[in-house]
Design a protein around this ligand. Structure first.
Ligand SMILES: O=c1[nH]c(=O)c2[nH]c(=O)[nH]c2[nH]1
Length: 328
């Protein structure tokens, strides 16, 4: 997942005739040690995740601001209203020390609201971040029985990470959230059996053989939006949806469900997510097919030998809401 937005992604292009005008800073990496622990989250049957210590809290932040008062900086080279993007970076770093909450989304709202409080010329702001994830490292337990996670040493993770995006505008009483998306990105899952891909269009362009079973390798980004965006902040941990639990739902549904395609699989994951979290309005997916190619199936039992696939890669995008759950 990248937090970079291109002009073509912008809402403002096309029919509205409205001008695109914003600026900001991206790839602001910030690390906070001993942030507030996330506690008292509701547990679900698919996951043993019940909170995180936040001993190391790392974020790769992107901030984008808008306001009519920035127009002269584009049209006349008049920087009198411009907050340097370098200062934005410093503002984000400073406020990482002021945040006393426990979630990525909470920090984005906190720092976004502080920007609007501080700079009147900013009318609207979007703040997003990818979590910079760290893994626990096992060390022998103090009581000599087995192993426990070190309090001090962490591995730099190559695995999936949390994602958040918050849009804010000023209103009479302060700031209001106008957009929110949370997510878990760069999940990579392989299921060795129980995946078919059959029944697709057969015509003169079809060379892919139907498969009753295949080793399915997917990379997956999952995003969700709450009915009430303030639930994303984690102030009420019971209503917060942790990225770790959604990650675990994806793994469990993949394990349980014999799918006939990635499309079929992500739909089932989406249903489970909406079922577990009534506070969510919608869930969406970006999947990529990275399935290996079988080179040997003449081995004993179910053993096979596989190789990396050649490019190009297939993808699936899908969004769903509570109506899909009700139709089941
Ligand atoms: O799960 C899949 N969905 C597809 O649409 C597709 N197309 C393809 O070539 N392989 C796959 N796999």
């Amino acid at each position: 997942m990248t937090t970079r937005e291109t002009l073509a992604d912008s809402d403002d292009i096309g029919d509205s005739g409205e001008r695109t005008m914003n600026y900001g800073k991206e790839q602001v990496a910030v690390y906070r040690t001993y942030a507030t622990p996330l506690e008292d989250v509701r547990t679900i049957p698919e996951s043993d995740f019940d909170g995180r210590e936040n001993t190391l809290f790392g974020l790769d932040v992107r901030v984008q601001v808008e306001g009519e008062e920035f127009f002269p900086s584009f049209s006349e080279g008049d920087n009198s209203m411009v907050v340097a993007t370098d200062s934005m970076k410093n503002f984000i770093l400073h406020h990482a020390g002021e945040y006393d909450g426990a979630t990525l989304e909470g920090f984005l709202e906190f720092v976004g609201a502080r920007f609007l409080d501080t700079y009147d010329q900013m009318e609207a702001i979007e703040v997003s971040a990818d979590e910079i994830a760290f893994d626990e490292r096992p060390v022998p337990a103090d009581d000599g029985a087995g192993f426990e996670a070190s309090d001090l040493v962490f591995g730099v993770s190559d695995d999936e990470s949390g994602y958040g995006e918050i849009a804010l505008e000023r209103d009479e009483d302060g700031t209001v959230i106008t957009g929110q998306t949370s997510g878990v990105t760069d999940l990579e899952l392989v299921k060795v059996s129980g995946n078919s891909f059959t029944g697709y269009v057969q015509d003169e362009y079809t060379t892919l053989p139907e498969r009753d079973d295949r080793t399915l390798y997917i990379s997956l980004d999952i995003f969700w939006s709450y009915d009430d965006a303030t639930d994303a902040l984690g102030d009420d941990p019971e209503r917060y949806v942790p990225a770790e639990q959604v990650r675990d739902i994806a793994g469990v549904v993949f394990d349980e469900h014999d799918s006939n395609s990635i499309q079929d699989l992500i739909y089932q994951i989406g249903l489970r997510v909406l079922e577990r979290y009534p506070q969510l309005e919608s869930v969406s997916f970006q999947a990529n097919n990275r399935t290996w190619i079988e080179v040997r199936d003449d081995l004993e039992g179910d053993a096979t030998v596989l190789r990396e696939p050649a490019r190009p890669t297939g993808f699936q995008q899908f969004s769903m809401d509570r109506d899909d759950l009700e139709e089941e």
